[in-house]
Ligand binder design. Structure first.
Ligand SMILES: Nc1nc2c(ncn2[C@@H]2O[C@H](COP(=O)(O)OP(=O)(O)OP(=O)(O)O)[C@@H](O)[C@H]2O)c(=O)[nH]1
Length: 680
């Protein structure tokens, strides 16, 4: 056997060796790493790359690995806590001068991510989940030891998650690589809507949950109240709660020992053929596509040939390593470890999140993937100047390289020319995408009223999903016989004194109350089924404003419900502007039509001819406004003189204006489109 090992020093011979191992009784080499420590040095020869690197991952058998995530409601302090843990383990320097390291992880290396991170910092939110590997010396029972040298070192993979509801998809994919989660709750605000949503995501994924009550340094912090809430809502024991201040560092020393003690190690099988889960990917100018992966079974070495279970494509691993916190090559990744690979994929579209990658010489049972991202909001994006179409096309391609959750198809509008129909995870996601288009690519875009995916049934029995109001047929023979709209299950938590206004708001938005209770004497908890269309535009802002900013809100997709939907057209001088059409509930059509017409009147400048603005359902006009024409004083040069001459001049002007109205096109400023986005 020894000679067999020696013969396998090069990567080339590895291929033959693995074949030999498959047909012999020898355990495949991955198992050697964990079964017998004394053999590590020998086994290393299989993956000669691992020796070239300063970090030797062979020391970290699954028992010495913990993969965990930090989940919390927005702003409860996940990123700050993550930063402190990175500092505590020496992964980053204390006072590195960049607040929230995980949010800006790739700034120095990857310009495209840097700008995403700029958006994140400007808005103070996490958009993209990030991973960092840390090393921490600790006793097996989780106690920090005084005799540091004797304690084993653990490899900890920390996955930061976004807090905003739009990105709960990111949260669920981060959780797939974890065995435990720190559930961070603000000691002042207590349990909020996303705390509930994230708790259930983690609970359903069978993760060990460690409650962390953060911000205890705040003068109004009330950790006992939060402990009681956690007990009553999630049955989490008060004695299990950690009390911390990520800002001052208070209580942080208990966090990592608790992670090691309470979170199980990754369960994978070291001796099985390689199975790794593709968690995320992004495009780098120099290296190409970089994939974040979790090794579930077996091991991966640089130079290995791998295949995708989803696409069947084969790749050669050109680089492999961990995020420590920048990309750090290790040449190898072993069972239970989380890291990155560079494998020559041409575009992130080949890197399907949730895909199983395996050695191409073995066929394996694919791992359960994630739910694919569901696009909740669709909007048309058009270049403000039609000639910039190619530039916008290029900009969108570049952006979607790093954000595979945006769907893009080309479309054209008679009013705006060629453009794109894009699907987003939510309104914030759409906003962030716009902001990036403008900031990173200097693109000036006009976006159309956001819409949700409706389903329509026609008189000929066909059923179609409609993401663009312009897709509804104008052919009167093809009548709509039934329509359905997507709904969400919304969780709203707010101070009890605002119960009245919240119920009013939800009923105005056609909500159906499912649950209503009090978490404690101060906070109410409600569950509503709401049409998605009603929350994509301005619901959250309005909820915040009626509750003085204290309400929190989260939602999950639910079923489609039958609904009486109509297409509302906007006509300028009798011509429908397709880019301004929208689909609304019949009961709301009158109000929305009136609002749209009023808004447009404010934003369209007076022109040399009269402009009529109408809102119509089919041929029935339901709202109308007129912008009077600018009048040129054609009589300016007539001093006194014959009255018939003046009359003649005025008649001529009237004729000219008639012609203009007919042939003149109305200039619609960009702001008019932006204002329309806010009408719900
Ligand atoms: N007083 C106090 N402030 C804190 C503490 N932890 C975080 N903060 C502040 O709370 C704010 C939000 O912190 P973040 O770490 O960005 O919160 P987050 O949960 O990561 O937010 P998202 O990334 O948007 O999901 C920041 O202004 C932090 O400085 C703490 O322990 N005490």
């Amino acid at each position: 056997m020894g000679s067999l090992f020696r013969a396998s020093k090069t990567l080339k011979s590895q291929k033959y060796l693995s074949l030999l191992l498959t047909f012999s009784n020898f355990p495949p080499f991955a198992s050697i790493f964990t079964l017998n420590d004394s053999r590590f040095g020998v086994a290393h020869d299989f993956c000669s790359n691992s020796r070239q690197n300063s970090i030797d991952l062979a020391q970290y058998s699954p028992e010495r690995i913990r993969n965990f995530s930090i989940i919390a409601h927005v702003d409860h302090g996940k990123s700050t806590l993550a930063d402190r843990l990175l500092e505590l383990t020496g992964t980053i320097k204390r006072g590195h001068g960049q607040p929230q390291y995980l949010d800006k992880l790739q700034v120095s290396l990857y310009w495209s991510c840097a700008l995403l991170s700029k958006v994140e910092r400007e808005r103070g939110i996490t958009v993209k989940a990030q991973t960092a590997t840390m090393f921490h010396k600790c006793n097996h029972n989780g106690s920090n030891t005084k005799d540091v040298d004797k304690a084993p070192t653990f490899l900890l993979n920390l996955i930061d998650t976004p807090g905003h509801v739009d990105f709960s998809y990111e949260v669920s994919r981060s959780l797939a690589a974890c065995q435990g989660a720190l559930l961070v709750v603000d000691a002042v605000q207590g349990v909020q809507a996303q705390t509930v949503a994230n708790f259930y995501l983690a609970f359903e994924s069978n993760l060990a949950i460690i409650p962390v009550i953060n911000k205890i340094d705040q003068p109004t912090a009330d950790p006992d109240r939060v402990k009681a809430q956690l007990k009553s809502m999630f049955d989490l024991e008060p004695s299990e709660c950690l009390l911390t201040s990520a800002k001052t560092g208070l209580g942080l020393e208990q966090v990592l020992p608790s992670v090691i003690d309470r979170i199980p190690h990754p369960p994978g099988n070291t001796s099985s053929p390689l199975r790794m889960l593709l968690l995320d990917s992004y495009y780098d100018e120099y290296k190409g596509v970089i994939c974040h992966v979790a090794i579930v079974d077996g091991m991966l070495c640089k130079g290995d040939k791998i295949s995708s279970a989803a696409t069947g494509y084969t790749y050669e691993v050109a680089d492999v390593g961990i995020m420590h916190p920048e990309l750090t090559p290790t040449g190898v990744l072993l069972t239970g470890q989380v890291g990155y690979i560079v494998s020559g994929m041409r575009s992130t579209k080949e890197a399907r999140v949730g895909d199983t990658l395996h050695h191409n010489r073995f066929s394996v049972e694919p791992l359960p993937g994630f739910k694919p991202a569901r696009h909740m909001v669709f909007s048309g994006l058009y270049p403000a100047d039609g000639s910039d179409f190619e530039a916008l096309n290029h900009a969108i391609e570049r952006l979607t390289c790093n954000d595979a959750s945006v769907s893009v198809t080309k479309e054209s509008s008679s009013a705006l020319g060629l453009g794109f129909r894009c699907g987003f995870l939510g309104l914030l996601h759409m906003d962030v995408f716009h902001q990036r288009l403008e900031q990173e690519h200097g693109a000036h875009v006009i976006s159309t009223v956001p819409t949700v995916p409706y389903i329509f049934e026609y008189s000929d029995g066909s059923k179609v999903q409609v993401q663009n109001p312009a897709m509804l047929p104008s052919d009167p023979k093809k009548r709509v016989t039934a329509s359905w709209e997507p709904t969400v299950l919304a969780t709203i938590i707010f101070p009890s004194e605002y119960v009245g206004p919240v119920i009013t708001l939800c009923s105005e938005r056609r909500g159906q109350q499912l649950e209503y209770s009090f978490m404690d004497s101060q906070r109410a908890f409600m569950k509503y089924r709401l049409p998605l269309r009603e929350i994509v535009v301005d619901f959250y802002n309005e909820l915040k404003s009626i509750t003085s900013g204290y309400a929190s809100f989260d939602y999950e997709d639910s079923d489609y419900q039958e609904s009486d939907l109509v297409k509302l057209d906007i006509l300028l001088n009798g011509q429908a502007v397709d880019a301004m059409s929208t689909i609304v509930h019949k009961l709301k059509a009158q109000r929305v039509g009136r609002e749209l017409v009023d808004k447009l009147k404010k934003f369209i400048d007076r022109q040399m001819f009269e402009i009529t603005i109408q809102a119509a359902i089919g041929t029935k006009v339901i709202a109308r406004e007129t912008i009077s024409a600018m009048r040129k004083n054609v009589l300016a040069k007539c001093y006194g003189g014959d009255v018939t001459r003046k009359k003649k001049l005025l008649e001529k002007q009237k004729e000219g204006k008639k012609r203009m109205k007919r042939i003149g096109s109305v200039d619609i400023p960009q702001e008019a489109f932006h204002e329309l986005l806010k009408v719900s």
